[in-house]
Design a protein around this ligand. Structure first.
Ligand code: ZN
Length: 242
């Protein structure tokens, strides 16, 4: 079983389209999405309908939940809040219904999936050693998939030893006889200094993982952000992957 894992699309349709074109070239058996389909970006409805059509499994993220009014917007910074208000104004009933039917965690084929982490499925950023160790100890799965931080990460647990690192393009990992915690990075708003859209290919039979990056037309999404009247900083950061 080979799975393409995507996360944190953030209404960036051009990034999503480019990723799915590359995913299709790999002919995976399934596509799994770890949440945050909307927020920050200019094309929330198209991203919801694309993920609804294409993903075999989808999670809801904190940005989706805040747009649905299910979590408090005061948790967000001012730019994100402006994007939340804008998204609430344009989100159609189909998108709303789709997002409202998703959960922030799931299990599939022995893999555990969380938007945030096993300890806090919605909000936790798993970036430091303590959070990575806690993620392993709050789960029994051999493979744990997380999103939310927009930073691609690979963490390997063998015995009590955790090896964790940023996972730039071309990073590969092997499950071996240990366990893996994987964050594919973000499709629509990468934050690791590489502006290309991120995704992950996972082979569950061989226990192998490949971190992938895809170029997309950043300027088209930037123009749409400006056209929508969303904060300029949300357009600018896409060029730098921050
Ligand atoms: Zn996100």
């Amino acid at each position: 079983m080979r799975v393409a894992v995507i996360s944190d699309i953030h209404a960036n349709l051009h990034a999503l389209t480019a990723v799915l074109a590359e995913v299709d070239g790999e002919r995976p058996d399934a596509i799994w999405c770890l949440g945050d389909l909307v927020g920050y970006g200019p094309r929330p409805n198209e991203c919801c309908s694309t993920v609804r059509t294409r993903a075999d499994l989808g999670l809801v993220g904190n940005h989706d939940l805040v747009v649905l009014g299910q979590v408090d917007v005061t948790e967000f910074n001012p730019e994100a809040r402006r994007a939340v208000a804008w998204t609430q104004g344009v989100l159609n009933d189909d998108s709303r219904r789709y997002l409202a039917g998703l959960r922030p965690q799931a299990t599939a084929d022995g893999v555990e999936l969380y938007h945030g982490s096993p300890r806090n499925a919605v909000w936790e950023y798993v970036l430091d050693t303590e959070a990575i160790q806690a993620a392993f100890s709050h789960s029994n799965a051999k493979v744990i998939l997380i999103g939310h931080s927009h930073i691609p990460i690979v963490a390997h647990l063998t015995g009590h030893d955790v090896q964790a690192a940023h996972a730039p393009e071309s990073t590969e990992a092997d499950l071996g006889d240990g366990r893996l915690l994987l964050n594919p990075g973000s499709v629509g708003q990468p934050r690791d200094g590489d502006p290309r859209a991120a995704w992950l290919l996972l082979d569950l039979d061989d226990g192998r993982v490949w971190f992938r990056r895809v170029e997309y037309e950043v300027t088209r999404t930037q123009e749409e952000i400006r056209g929508a009247g969303l904060p300029e900083a949300l357009a600018e950061r896409l060029a730098f992957g921050i």
